[in-house]
Design a protein around this ligand. Structure first.
Ligand code: F6R
Length: 615
């Protein structure tokens, strides 16, 4: 889960590559590096730290000319983050240069073999092994770079998106992909390479996304040739027209992407509805569901696989599907499911949820489910992502690019898509009446405006953040549809402020966590009207009697919780099943403001990366 960028054409490569790396920093940011080639000299610079550190180092250190360049922003897997382990890596001769996103699993055996043949290694990385393997093949087989890359990759086990160039071939870059994304931007007499299209969006709207086990030889002034890595077959690649625009990937006046994305939620949810929620006609249109309705209606159960925040959205969906459509649902961590030898039949439907569409564990869970005959439906945000392509059918969330590492609008738009699906299936199965169905549609349509209203609590949430920013532990409690929101609120706080936080179903508190409560412990309790309200109020009383500090998330106009809690944050009233779309808003804001007040890097929290393409 690193970011790779490359350019070959007639412009200076440096500004394109460095800006591209900044856009891809969400993928990893513990070190960065760049190699530029002007046809005579290769200039390579790399450093531990951010792309801004690289920029400072580079502009002092070397000239930045050259119309061929590759760059890398790293999230360390093999070898600690330091200058030496940063990419790009040279081969032993100094002729070949590589950047790599992924993991070469059999690198150790390959390294031993190459060492016997006299190769030496400066870094601890699997990538340096790969570039020397390519060099070894190139020498032994007396072949060109493209062929050497192909032969070497056929000896490799693992995942990769790579870009390689050869000092003796100044007009060529070779790229390849297996399990890690790689897009090639096609301009006029110039070509771009990147882990996603954001680095080249201002230069071209035309892109080829390499499929797994494909490689491409990109030649200046000549074009792109795509081949299968295994059997060398030529591929006629599909050229996509990109929908992304520059504005979508910039901060637009907000201090952080996370805050921008929190505020984008009303519009993002509207975009998720567009063309699907037709309230006037009392219908929901979802092609992926419609086309496979027979399978959905015949399904014995739905298994949801996902990781992190997407898993939390899956848990909300469990409550919604079971309540509305009466289909049994199981929600699984993709990372556990894939190794558990699960019982799956052809009558199961697996729904895979992923913002990035690249999460390695979710991808592996999908492959396993498919191999056992299940029909797999994807809920992804990134169009054309690996998961979107691997699933049998699916629905995009249309949230727009999510750059902040902490997921916000992805969560609410995933819940929106899953709610639409549950309602459509409920209608088809007859588990809700037509008037209930219409009522749900009308209410769902009001959600974006209600999210806007919930966002108005921002000022008060800041005041609360200021009071509790130095707490070392937080508890988050919720019940029913809002239990997963408690988990999500705790995750948001942990990942960006590094404060320890736990989410629990409110009633479970008595079975252990209550021992933690004292006057130092802030407890965030989601206590909206309906759905176990009285029970949650009793839980609040229990916290109060142990002197815990209570931050209640309540329905507008609430009286009972107000009397007990230290603070209450109001959200508009809605149907219980849609309440997670509102209750999650103040929790996102709370974690955001605490992290900002603690001076943490909100958009790039330590140790994390936006898309987890390693297991
Ligand atoms: C948390 C977060 C992660 C992701 C998880 C899955 O804020 O962003 O927990 O939700 O890594 O990622 P996707 O949805 O891309 O599969």
């Amino acid at each position: 889960m690193c970011g790779i960028v490359g350019y070959i054409g007639y412009r200076e490569a440096y500004p394109i590559v460095i800006k591209g790396l900044q856009r891809l920093e969400y993928r990893g940011y513990d070190s960065a590096g760049i190699a530029l080639y002007d046809g005579t000299n290769i200039k390579l610079s790399k450093t531990k730290g951010k792309v801004s550190d690289l920029k400072n180092k580079l502009e002092d250190e070397i000239s930045t000319s050259g119309s061929l360049g590759i760059g890398h922003t790293r999230w360390a897997t093999h070898g600690v983050p330091n200058d030496v382990n940063s990419h790009p890596h040279y081969s032993n001769s100094g002729d070949l240069v590589i950047i790599h996103n992924g993991i070469i699993e059999n690198y150790d055996a390959l390294k031993k073999e190459l060492s016997k043949r006299g190769y030496t290694f400066k870094s601890d990385t699997d990538t340096e092994v790969l570039i020397n393997l390519i060099e070894d093949v190139k020498k032994n087989e007396d072949t060109k770079l493209g062929k050497a890359v192909q032969i070497a990759l056929n000896q490799v086990v693992g995942a990769y998106a790579i870009a390689v160039f050869d000092k003796n071939k100044p007009n060529e870059i070779v790229v390849a992909r297996l399990g890690s994304p790689l897009a090639i931007g096609i301009g006029e007499d110039e070509f771009f390479i990147a882990s996603d299209a954001s680095p080249f969006i201002e230069y071209t709207k035309n892109a080829i996304y390499l499929e797994d086990e494909e490689m491409a030889i990109i030649r200046r002034n000549k074009g792109v040739k795509v081949r299968k890595i295994k059997d060398d077959a030529l591929v006629d690649p599909y050229m996509q027209e990109l929908q992304l625009n520059l504005e979508q990937i910039e901060k637009g006046g907000f201090d952080h992407f996370m805050l921008k994305e929190i505020y984008e939620q009303p519009e993002a949810i509207r975009d998720t509805f567009r063309g699907r929620l037709l309230t006037n006609q009392a219908i929901i249109k979802m092609a992926g569901v419609e086309d496979n309705m027979k399978k959905f209606l015949a399904a014995d159960r739905i298994i949801i696989v996902a990781c992190g925040t997407s898993w939390h959205a899956g848990l909300v969906a469990e409550y919604i599907f079971e309540d509305l459509a009466r289909i049994p649902v199981e929600v699984e961590y993709a990372s556990e499911f894939r190794y558990r030898n699960p019982v799956i039949t052809g009558n199961d439907i697996v729904i895979a949820i992923s913002q990035s569409g690249e999460t390695a564990d979710t991808l592996a869970a999908i492959k396993l489910a498919k191999s056992k005959g299940a029909f797999v439906f994807g809920v992804c945000n990134v169009v054309g992502s690996s998961i979107a392509r691997e699933t049998n059918a699916g629905a995009y969330t249309h949230a727009g690019p999510e750059i902040g590492v902490a997921s916000t609008k992805a969560f609410t738009t995933q819940i929106t898509v899953l709610s639409l699906m549950a309602l459509r299936l409920a209608r088809a199965k007859g588990t809700i009446t037509s008037s209930e169905f219409r009522h749900h549609l009308i209410e769902l349509e009001t959600i974006p405006a209600k999210v806007e209203e919930a966002l108005k609590s921002d000022g008060y949430v800041q005041t609360i953040a200021d009071i509790y920013k130095h707490a070392t532990n937080f508890l988050y409690l919720g019940r029913g549809f809002n239990f997963p929101v408690a988990l999500e609120g705790a995750l948001k706080l942990k990942e960006i402020s590094y404060i320890h936080a736990e989410g629990y179903p409110a009633a479970e508190m008595k079975h252990g966590p209550i021992a933690l409560i004292d006057e130092q412990m802030p407890v965030v309790v989601i206590a909206t009207k309906k759905g176990h309200y009285e029970k949650v109020v009793s839980n609040i009383q229990e916290i109060k009697s142990r002197k815990g500090k209570i931050i209640g998330i309540v329905t507008k106009g609430d009286k009972s919780v107000k009397e007990l809690a230290d603070h209450v944050i109001e959200v508009p009233e809605t149907l219980e099943c849609f309440s997670p779309l509102l209750t999650t808003i103040p929790l996102q804001l709370l974690s955001y403001h605490i992290a900002v007040m603690l001076d943490k890097n909100v958009d790039q929290p330590r140790n994390l990366a936006k898309s987890v393409t390693v297991e």
